[in-house]
Design a protein around this ligand. Structure first.
Ligand code: LLP
Length: 418
């Protein structure tokens, strides 16, 4: 099922023409499809439900991928939990209607205040990534008269074979505790008065297109689970992290069930609740960035299409050289030519795509596809550019889930010198 498709040549989100969204809300605008989000969530829910080891499993959406309240509230209603990495994300998910008991807290730099707030609202688990973090969590919990539910994020040292910036499970990465140290650390955690050991966690990277590193990581983690059991430390859950990739161009990522079923088979009979932390796979292909061509600029070596979206709106091309498909919203009569699609920002890295064949004239709309994950959530106000609006399409309805910022808002917190 495709949620973005053409009717009479015009690209639609569900039943709504993107041209009508541009006319109503302006550009640049992020457009999400509710049906696409629900379908993506359903794949995880169904794959879990199809296997005995997945029963009672929890899909904790990785909020960093897209933290809009419209999206968070939708997932909360579908029964999802959330994987957060900051106090800010905690407040967001609570504002969106999340159950605190379904929230896991990841990240290497949790502050005392963040820990205290998470303990106060009663989150499901802290994914702890270092010895000093363990000690700090214990101290905060003792001070508050609570026990902090803990899982250690173990670094299984497997190669996720993805972009080095988004690979996280190797020894040289800053994430997780070293596999060899995990047993000793669990023993220590189990002896601390403010800690209740509940699970184990690993996350090896993002945009994985091959399921085998997940299986390799799980084997290592399960060997550790056995050593822990032998040491008298029983776990209740295993968190397999996120990382399943999506198609941006011609990648062939595994189906959710094909990624998950072999993992669930390995977990059969162990009595561990499964927690997953997918981000990109839930939202990436459920969103696009709608932008308008301001100018066409023929160059000596290449042609530029200068659009009203920029690297501040979608940083992935500039930051990772990531590919996003870019298509015309409505076909016109212009001759096809090859363009670099660039924004108005004063940086050569400000591009959304290179060498794209498009038949366009100034004023035409373009859709930058697969922009639902790490799009708006990584956007900035660089060049004092108000961040884009965000809308959620639901059938023939369009909900504005974030209005466009105004320029005055961008410096409202600043003051000239007296
Ligand atoms: N869990 C943890 C602990 C994570 O660090 C991440 C992502 C996830 C789950 C979700 O991973 P996903 O299912 O989305 O692959 N900005 C980069 C991606 C950074 C991913 C960081 N961690 C990008 O635009 O490609």
């Amino acid at each position: 099922m495709t949620f973005f498709s053409r009717k009479n040549g015009v690209l639609h989100a569900e039943a709504v023409a993107l041209s009508s969204i541009a006319a109503r809300f302006g550009t640049p605008t992020y457009v999400y499809s509710r049906a696409a989000l629900e379908a993506a969530y359903g794949e995880f829910r169904d794959a879990l439900a199809a296997h005995p080891a997945g029963a009672g499993g929890l899909v904790c959406y990785a909020v960093k991928a897209n933290s809009n309240l419209g999206i968070l509230s939708l997932f909360a209603r579908l029964g999802a939990g959330f994987d957060i990495v900051s106090g800010g994300e905690l407040e967001r998910v609570l504002a969106a209607g999340a159950e605190a008991g379904k929230v896991v807290f990841s990240g290497v730099g949790k502050t005392e205040a963040e820990m205290a707030r998470a303990l106060e609202v009663g989150i499901r688990c802290f994914n702890v990534e270092s010895v000093p973090e363990l000690d700090r969590l214990n101290a905060v919990a003792v001070r508050l008269g609570k026990k902090a539910p803990l899982s250690l994020r173990v670094n299984p040292n497997v190669d996720a074979k993805t972009h080095p910036y988004i690979s996280t499970g190797l020894k040289q990465n800053k994430f997780g505790v070293a596999y060899e140290d995990a047993l000793a650390l669990y023993r220590r955690a189990a002896s601390l008065p403010g800690i209740e050991v509940t699970g184990i966690d690993c996350h090896i990277g993002s945009q994985l297109l091959d399921a085998s590193p997940f299986a390799e990581a799980l084997d290592k983690v399960l060997a550790l689970v056995d050593q822990l059991a032998a040491a008298g430390i029983r776990l209740h859950h295993i968190d397999l992290g996120g990382g399943l990739g999506i198609r941006y161009l011609d990648e062939a990522p595994p189906r959710v069930a094909d990624y998950l079923t072999p993992l669930l088979q390995k977990l059969e009979g162990r009595g561990l609740q499964v927690i997953l932390e997918p981000g990109r796979r839930l939202v990436g292909n459920a969103g696009l960035l709608l932008t308008k061509i301001e100018y066409l600029k023929p160059g000596e070596e290449k042609n530029f299409a200068i659009v009203d979206a920029a690297m501040n709106d979608l940083m992935r091309p500039a930051l990772y050289d990531a590919y996003h498909d870019i298509v015309e919203v409505a076909p016109g009569n212009a001759a096809k030519a090859s363009y670099s699609i660039v924004g108005p920002i004063c940086e050569s890295g400000d591009f959304l795509g290179h060498g794209r064949e498009l038949a366009v004239v100034p004023g035409d709309l373009l859709a930058v596809m697969s922009a639902g994950a790490y799009g708006f959530s990584m956007s900035s106000n660089y060049n004092t550019r108000p961040r884009a609006a965000e809308v959620m399409v639901d059938g023939d309805q369009v909900h504005l889930v974030r209005r466009r910022e105004t320029v005055a808002e961008l410096f409202a917190l600043e003051s000239p010198l007296p």
